[in-house]
Design a binder for this molecule. Structure first.
Ligand SMILES: O=C(O)C1=C[C@@H](OP(=O)(O)O)[C@@H](O)[C@H](O)C1
Ligand SMILES: C=C(OP(=O)(O)O)C(=O)O
Length: 476
């Protein structure tokens, strides 16, 4: 299977995509590409820095290519030198047109850069992105003195931002309960405003706080002073953003479907290079998978997850790691008993309304799912194959792939959307399954060597999960 083209989601060969069933318990080592969140922050900070920076292991996917293109539009030079990207900031940002695709990090992190640009910067994106919330950030930019005009009929994309050379910064108050990215976006640019920037949140709790902590840490690594000592307040002092040469960590959230593959098939998957200390919310997978009953070990090899016979029902607040919601919902649908996912009301404004999408698709497969005000209650039931719609959402596709490992005849209507953050998804997934079969064959060969007199050597299919549609996993 070819890698997906990271610049587009229109690879017709890959829609529809029959999700492969696991012929054996998934047993593999899967190296995942770099973190989307770290890559796009590193790019923006390099563009704002006082000199050239380099980025190694940056994620090459649709969201990060859109970010590189956006920065180039603003006059930033982004060059590829083998595995290293060299980013050279311009004297001043120029105006132009920025395409955001469906990338939250592009549509939220780039508009504040327009505050510093010489001319108007217009923003557009996929039609589906028009529904993503932007208003609190756009109001904050207006409050800071920018001219913000709506170019469409809605409250978000498309829009144009015109900055002014004399913007002083100061204090802005906004409701960031629909996305932490508004806060990160403002903090990233704050040091470059003459008076710095104080950001105050007023409203229901801010989701994805680890992502704001990641922003703060990456600013501090570049010499920027940030005060985050009080809840719901962040203050960035004015100053220089120092250039840095960075190595991006693997994307731990994108490791979720591969680790989940071990959990649902009773296999073992290792993700190498798992950092021992990290600010990525995907690190919460270690606790999440343990609560589902999987065995989780972090050691020199990386993170290793081994599944058990039956996953347990769970009660999880995913407010800090909401991008894991679709894969966790897939695990919950395959568990022994009811699970609750809480704290993720705002994922209704992610790539799609993820709560509605998950309820609809899991119910179509046979699960009973209830949408609550801030999450899902999932009652596992006997599940059967169906066309699993992905709604152009890479993480819905990941969830569908996990379900397809153990439920026969699951066909994703479009897997090409995984190119948003992982153009190599299909390739990695099929390689993982191939490696699992090879691994089992090798084990059997060793067993045969030990006892060559065995009359009837075990088949690689012995003791495996049922594979036909009428034998799909039975749920209480
Ligand atoms: O800052 C970031 O890199 C992100 C923040 C989160 O956004 P929300 O706060 O909108 O959930 C997360 O879900 C998204 O995938 C990446
Ligand atoms: C919410 C997500 O992405 P975005 O950066 O587009 O908000 C996600 O990747 O799950």
């Amino acid at each position: 299977m070819p890698d997906l083209d990271p610049t587009t989601t229109s690879d017709d060969d890959l829609r529809p995509w029959p999700a492969p069933q696991a012929p054996v318990p998934v047993t593999a080592t899967v190296t995942v590409p770099g973190s989307k969140s770290e890559t796009n922050r590193a790019l923006v900070l390099a563009a704002l820095a006082s000199g050239p920076s380099t980025i190694v292991n940056g994620l090459d996917a649709r969201d990060t290519q859109l970010m590189r293109d956006a920065l180039r539009t603003l006059g930033v030079v982004v060059e590829d030198e083998g595995d290293t990207w060299r980013v050279t900031p311009p004297e001043r940002f120029t105006g132009g047109s920025v395409g955001c695709g469906l990338a939250g990090t592009v549509m939220r992190f780039v508009p504040p850069l327009a505050l510093l640009a010489d001319g108007p910067v217009s923003f557009d994106g996929d039609e589906q992105a028009y529904a993503r919330p932007m208003r609190p950030l756009l109001n904050a930019l207006s409050d800071l003195g920018a001219e913000v005009t709506a170019d469409g009929e809605g409250d978000g994309l498309p829009f144009t931002v015109v900055g002014r050379p004399d913007l002083a910064g100061g204090t802005v108050t906004l409701d960031a309960s629909t996305s932490s990215q508004y806060v990160s976006a403002l903090l990233l640019v704050g040091a470059r405003l003459a008076g710095g920037l104080e950001v105050l949140h007023a409203g229901p709790p801010v989701p994805s706080l680890p992502h704001i902590a990641m922003t703060v840490a990456m600013l501090r690594e570049r010499g920027v002073e940030v005060d985050d000592s009080r809840a719901d307040r962040w203050a960035v002092s004015p100053g220089v953003i120092a250039p840095r040469d960075v190595v991006v960590e693997p994307d731990l959230s994108n490791a979720a479907p591969f680790l989940a593959a071990a959990a649902v098939t009773g296999g073992t998957v290792t993700v190498p290079h798992w950092p021992t200390e990290t600010l990525q919310p995907g690190d919460q997978l270690r606790d999440i998978l343990s609560v589902f009953g999987a065995d989780v070990t972090l050691d020199d090899r990386g993170l290793t997850v081994t599944g058990t016979d039956q996953l347990l029902g769970t009660d999880l607040d995913l407010g800090g790691a909401s991008e894991l919601t679709p894969v966790v919902a897939a695990l919950a649908a395959l568990a022994r008993d009811t699970s609750h996912i809480r704290g993720v009301a705002h994922v209704r404004g992610h790539e799609t309304d993820r709560l509605a999408a998950l309820r609809t698709e899991l119910e179509a497969m046979g699960a009973r799912v209830h949408e609550t005000h801030d999450g899902l209650t999932i009652h596992p039931r006997l599940m059967g194959g169906t066309t699993f719609r992905t709604y152009a959402d890479h993480r819905m596709a990941q969830a569908g792939a996990v379900l397809g490992l153990v439920v026969a005849d699951v066909v994703l209507d479009d897997v090409a959307c995984t190119a948003k953050t992982m153009p190599t998804f299909v390739d990695l997934w099929t390689t993982m399954l191939d490696e699992s079969v090879t691994e089992v064959d090798a084990e059997l060969a060793v067993e045969e060597q030990v006892d060559p007199e065995v009359d009837d050597p075990p088949s690689i299919f012995d003791g495996l999960l049922p594979v036909s549609s009428d034998e799909s996993r039975s749920r209480p």
